[in-house]
Design a protein around this ligand. Structure first.
Ligand SMILES: *Cc1c(COP(=O)(O)O)cnc(C)c1O
Length: 346
């Protein structure tokens, strides 16, 4: 979901952006107008996350999936190994991608319990010669989230695709953070990378031009044409987030929304969530029905009430309520009301 105010503003500015006589969709990425759009998006992004000056912000393409490869190409190739935490489907894909490029040490895996928890750090077997430690802050499909930041000496690399901007974070604890924009930020096509400057340029041999972070830091994300419209809409979302009270306010809302849904699921004998309570995602609430034969009926009834996109990921089935920043509490309440009604009827 995107904030309705943002969609309305994008619609109002569609034909003529700020009196420029043309649409952002038609703008050259080298124009003064677009330069002001990307500069303002970066400024607001930095303010919201309180990013220290020694970090660079990149607006790239290729999704988090390309970052699964760019990270090892820039930091693992030529080094001993890299540490990865395995908490679900997305970290599994990151591990597979890195294994093609170098040695991966899986420090901990929750596979034994079908990825329903985050292995605590005292159980991790960190390598002594690792180049970095990688983890996925929120497993979007299984609904498992880190509610703590790993405490490691090595550069910490994190996929925050589905929870960046959901709450304040301490960027200085990380070497690199990446996120595809389409979950909790804006339109598909934009990937945000936040990287500590001193980590750049150490790769031996240097990766290809497009895969080298330095190519993009040097060019201010304009080595080639960036995803201009996605950056513009993300910028509108950053304005909206500031107007809502920033990430402290978001964290409070997101906690209340998730709590409402989890409390209902836990009290129900019809719906269930298998994730360890302290590791449950505030963004993606996974749940199952007592009888999976009723799944389709549940989804049809939900759609009639404009409760959309509740079908769980094809890999694990069940249901998934994605309650990102723009989802109001009233939306979650409407879902709970429907679930209550459905449970009573079945
Ligand atoms: C969606 C998602 C990805 C993949 O993102 P793409 O933009 O499709 O490459 C990776 N990691 C997480 C945590 C995700 O939620």
């Amino acid at each position: 979901m995107l904030p309705e105010e943002v969609l309305r503003q994008a619609a109002a500015e569609m034909l003529d952006w700020h009196g420029s006589g043309h649409s952002v969709l038609e703008m050259s990425h080298r124009s003064q107008e677009f330069a002001s759009i990307i500069a303002s998006a970066e400024r607001n992004l930095r303010d919201l996350l309180a990013i220290p000056d020694n970090y660079r912000v990149l607006f790239l393409q290729g999704g988090a999936t390309l970052q699964f490869e760019m990270v090892p190409l820039n930091f693992l190739v030529g080094c001993g190994c890299a540490d990865y935490v395995h908490t679900g489907i997305w970290s599994g894909k990151a591990i597979k991608a890195a294994q093609r490029l170098g040695k991966v040490n899986v420090v901990a895996s929750a596979e034994d319990a079908k990825f329903t928890y985050v292995p605590p750090q005292n159980e991790w077997r960190l390598a002594t010669d690792a180049a970095y430690v990688h983890y996925v802050a929120n497993e979007t499909i299984g609904g498992v989230e880190f509610h703590w930041t790993p405490d490691v000496e090595l550069p910490l690399v994190c996929d925050m695709s589905s929870n960046l901007f959901s709450r304040p974070i301490d960027v200085s604890r990380y070497g690199l953070i990446y996120a595809g924009a389409q979950k909790n930020i804006g339109p598909a096509g934009l990937t945000i990378v936040i990287v500590r400057e001193d980590l750049l340029g150490k790769a031996q041999p240097a990766p290809s031009l497009m895969m080298d972070y330095r190519t993009h830091t040097r060019a201010g994300s304009m080595h080639n044409t960036p995803p201009t419209y996605a950056i513009y809409v993300a910028g509108l979302v950053f304005d909206w987030l500031k107007g809502q009270g920033g990430l402290v306010a978001m964290a409070k809302n997101n906690y209340e929304k998730a709590q409402l849904l989890y409390d209902f699921i836990d009290a129900s004998s019809f719906f269930a969530n298998p994730v360890r309570k302290c590791d449950r995602s505030l963004m993606n609430v996974f749940f199952t029905l007592a009888d999976p034969a009723l799944d389709e009926l549940f989804l049809t009834g939900a759609k009639e009430r404009a409760l959309l996109q509740l079908k769980g990921h094809q890999l694990i089935g069940g249901m998934r309520a994605s309650i990102y920043n723009a989802m109001p509490l009233a939306g979650v309440q409407a879902l709970v009301n429907y679930m209550q009604e459905f449970e009573a009827g079945h």
